[in-house]
Design a protein around this ligand. Structure first.
Ligand code: PEP
Ligand code: MN
Length: 361
């Protein structure tokens, strides 16, 4: 008899569960409707006052058997889930936002070289093109380690207007010539949308530097051409601002964007900028775009290049960017951080040793 009663009561519980599920789903649909309006209006999704009011009303209406604390805890959980739904919905509107764990953008170059597909790619070269000999000797060293992406920077956004500003178009000609000699791709910084047609003749990947990350005109213009774009995080940009900057390019029609974490400004002076490795990982999680770690502009010094490179690789980033120069102390820019050739090879040895360790594990 009591067994049958339990069966019957369990039947009631099953029905109530279904009703609760239907009510929760119905509630979620209403929440999602509110969320859409909030997004349109550009107002905050979280309203603590409204949440407090709802809890008070529930408390007053509660007649047991659950105590008020339990009711409040249960509803807080429902509020949290609703909030997450609203936020997820708002983010899903952004094209650069990852919508499923396996979604990834892979940049495929004409020879099949891929960036963003598990192989840790190296982007390397001097801070700036200074001469044919300088580019040629550097590329020769990089080629020995299979580097495919060569920095061919001809426009340098310097802090002081009196410092070397880059060689301009003749620098691009040198970079192109050297890249072709070694079967590499040129990445090069663009400063202004007016340079797109001229630079398109020389570069394989456009590069937008930290100082231009929020230049929405440039971002829009670069989104309308078809070459891949490397976008660096601004000097003091939040990840949200960084992702919105990438969104300008992607929403303009160019899906091939690579994000570079290059360190952000803090009060610490021992490194030039503080590498936000956690932030880079959040980017990997939140966005489907490849994420590359710049170990040169973040550190601003060459003596910690090996551990920085190890961190970059171990983090699961898609690649690393490093500056290499035949004679760093006399470099026209960033003399303190560019690596000597021997140091570059030591970095590559350290990275290869990580692969060997993994193979043994
Ligand atoms: C660069 O990588 O060439 C450069 C100028 O760095 P950033 O834009 O990050 O300062
Ligand atoms: Mn530099």
């Amino acid at each position: 008899m009591s067994k049958e009663r339990v069966q019957e009561l369990r039947g009631q519980i099953d029905t109530i569960n279904m009703q609760l599920l239907e009510l929760l789903s119905q509630r979620a649909r209403v929440v999602s409707e509110i969320g859409k309006i909030h997004t349109q209006l550009g107002v905050e999704h979280y309203d603590p006052q409204r949440e407090a009011e709802m809890l008070t009303t529930l408390e007053m209406a509660n007649q047991g058997p659950f105590p008020n604390e339990t009711i409040k805890a249960l509803f807080r959980e429902i509020f949290r889930a609703s909030m997450a739904l609203e936020e997820q919905q708002a983010k899903a509107k952004i094209k650069v936002q990852r919508t499923s764990p396996d979604q990834k953008t892979i940049i495929t170059m004409p020879d099949g070289t891929e960036l963003g597909n598990s192989h840790f790619q190296i982007i390397a070269g001097p801070c700036a093109v200074e001469s044919f000999e300088q580019m040629d000797s550097t590329a020769a060293e990089l080629a020995k380690r299979g580097v495919k992406f060569l920095r061919g920077m001809a426009y340098k956004p310097r802090t002081s207007p009196y410092e070397f500003q880059g060689m301009g178009e003749p620098g691009l000609q040198i970079a192109r010539q050297v890249a072709d000699k070694y079967g590499m791709y040129i990445v090069s910084e663009i400063m202004d949308a007016s340079q797109i047609p001229m630079m398109s003749d020389y570069v394989d990947i456009f590069w937008i530097g930290a100082r231009n990350m929020q230049n929405s005109f440039l971002l829009r213009a670069i989104g309308k051409q078809s070459k891949p774009v490397i976008l660096k995080r601004g000097l003091a940009a939040t990840l949200e601002e960084f992702m919105y900057a990438a969104e300008y390019i992607v929403s303009g029609g160019n899906p091939n964007v690579i994000l570079i974490e290059r360190g952000i400004r803090t009060y610490e002076k021992s490194t030039r900028n503080m590498l936000d490795i956690g932030g880079a990982m959040v980017l990997k999680l939140e966005s489907h775009l490849p994420v590359v770690i710049d170990i040169s502009h973040s550190a601003g010094r060459r003596d910690i290049a090996i551990p920085m490179a190890r961190v970059a690789k171990a983090s699961g980033a898609d690649g690393m960017m490093v500056e290499v120069h035949p004679n760093p102390p006399v470099a026209m820019s960033d003399a303190k951080q560019q690596l000597y050739f021997e140091q570059f090879h030591a970095v590559m040895d350290a990275l290869e040793a990580m692969d060997a360790d993994k193979a043994l594990a």
